[in-house]
Design a protein around this ligand. Structure first.
Ligand code: NIG
Ligand code: FE
Length: 415
């Protein structure tokens, strides 16, 4: 037996979830979960070089050996819907919520998203970078190694570009991989209150610049009562598609307008929220071309009783993913583990479905199916060691951080 020198060896892993799959998992396939008991992973130069049983790993001589006795090991989590670059915060809105003021009413009165727009316009790039870094550090400490990040708190050319540039710098400087989405169409700014079409024209006029500077891969829109209609969204996204962007929609979050159907019609990479999705929308998601990204933390935080119909979506055969929707208004949490618990309790998703949703399917919903969300020989070693004896444990023991160690591209980045 020839000895093979490697940087890191994880051995005696109680349960190892490689999450290997050729494509996203849809419908019943989401129950699939391969578990290696007494597993091992060898890592060299940032990449996985071996994955299997501890007894098969005897040939590896490692600089650093980590004994994972009694622990669960999984791929780094993928959070495919966040709004991480923003100024200020909105803790004062909690009291308004308690008084029963609806989310869209707060927005209508110039609060909500529009108050974060003010704060983001005033913030310098350095401030936004420092704030974003802080949130990303926290995400990493909770086991998330790849994150999608949206703009949408500028609603003018200058500030939207500022947000996107900050996201790019964060991607270059932070261990977490960031995938950027242009959400210029997030709300109607006060200046364009009476002319949303003109506003959408201005946002469309930025698309070439966003593309040339390589500032975003996806374009997203908030299709909602009092924000943008299905027709406006269709026209706007058609332009984005023509320019080569992948599409996403904040669809049917509060009112059932038909954003889900539109996302499927345009073959968007994802339709997000889907609390009010119609039967027809569920049928269309079953085509498996658009991933359903569910954000139950938002429903929880908005104090609603009705959640997205995850069970019906999965039973129809859809590809379901989960995200935090981290943002200062409707879901201020970086903790994807908490979302896994809410998904279990309120969406009635099984632990197996949940693990597929936060790894493989999440990666596919942001165009990273070939690089994130799985432990595969030759790929980046994005690995989480959990203080948990098995995969059932994470959604079960809720509200706390179960991470023992996070490894990103082969390096220990959080402990
Ligand atoms: O996904 N709905 C629109 N956008 C975010 C909330 C943004 C905010 O309230 O600041 C969402 O819920
Ligand atoms: Fe969102």
């Amino acid at each position: 037996m020839t000895t093979q020198h490697v940087d890191v060896l994880l051995k005696n892993i109680a349960q190892l979830l490689p999450m290997q799959s050729d494509g996203p998992r849809a419908g019943k396939e989401m129950m699939q979960l391969d578990v290696i008991e007494d597993g091992a992973i060898a890592i060299n130069e940032g990449k996985i070089v071996f994955i299997g049983k501890t007894e098969e790993a005897a040939r590896f001589k490692a600089e650093q050996v980590i004994d994972c006795h009694g622990k669960l090991v999984t791929p780094g989590l993928v959070d495919p819907h966040t709004h991480i670059v923003f100024g200020g915060s909105r803790e004062h809105e909690l009291a308004l919520k308690q008084q029963g003021l609806p989310y869209l009413e707060i927005l209508k009165r110039g609060g909500g998203i529009l108050s974060t727009v003010e704060a983001t316009r005033q913030a310098s790039e350095e401030e936004l970078f420092a704030k974003g870094s802080f949130y990303l550090d926290r995400m990493l400490s909770y086991g998330t190694t790849t994150v999608e990040a949206k703009s949408g708190y500028g609603l003018d050319r200058e500030t939207e570009l500022k947000q996107l540039r900050v996201a790019k710098q964060l991607n270059e400087n932070h261990p977490i991989d960031l995938v950027s989405t242009f959400l210029g169409a997030h709300a109607i700014p006060k200046s364009h209150k009476d002319d949303p079409d003109l506003f959408l024209e201005e946002m469309s006029a930025m698309l070439d610049e966003v593309k040339e500077e390589n500032l975003a891969e996806f374009v997203d829109i908030f299709t909602e009562t009092g924000v943008f209609t299905v027709e406006q969204s269709r026209d706007y996204l058609a332009k984005a598609k023509e320019k080569g962007f992948g599409l996403k929609i904040h669809a049917d979050e509060i009112d059932p307008l038909g954003g889900t159907e539109l996302a499927c019609e345009l073959v968007a990479v994802s339709a997000d929220h889907l609390v009010g999705t119609s039967n027809k929308g569920i049928e269309m998601l079953a085509d498996k071309r658009t991933v359903a990204i569910l954000l139950p933390g938002t429903t929880f935080y908005l104090g609603k009783d009705t959640y997205a119909r995850a069970r019906e979506m999965i039973e129809a055969g859809a590809i379901v993913s989960l995200a935090t929707d981290f943002n200062p208004g409707s879901s201020p949490t970086e903790n994807l583990q908490l979302i896994m618990s809410i998904a279990a309790l309120r969406l009635k998703m099984s632990p197996e479905e949940i693990w597929n949703a936060v790894t493989i399917n999440a990666a596919h919903s942001i165009g990273r199916g070939e690089s994130a969300g799985q432990l595969v020989v030759g790929r980046s070693a994005d690995v989480v060691i959990w203080d948990a004896p098995n995969y059932l444990y994470i959604p079960y023991h809720y509200g706390v951080n179960h991470v023992n160690t996070v490894i990103k591209a082969g390096k220990i980045v959080s402990k």
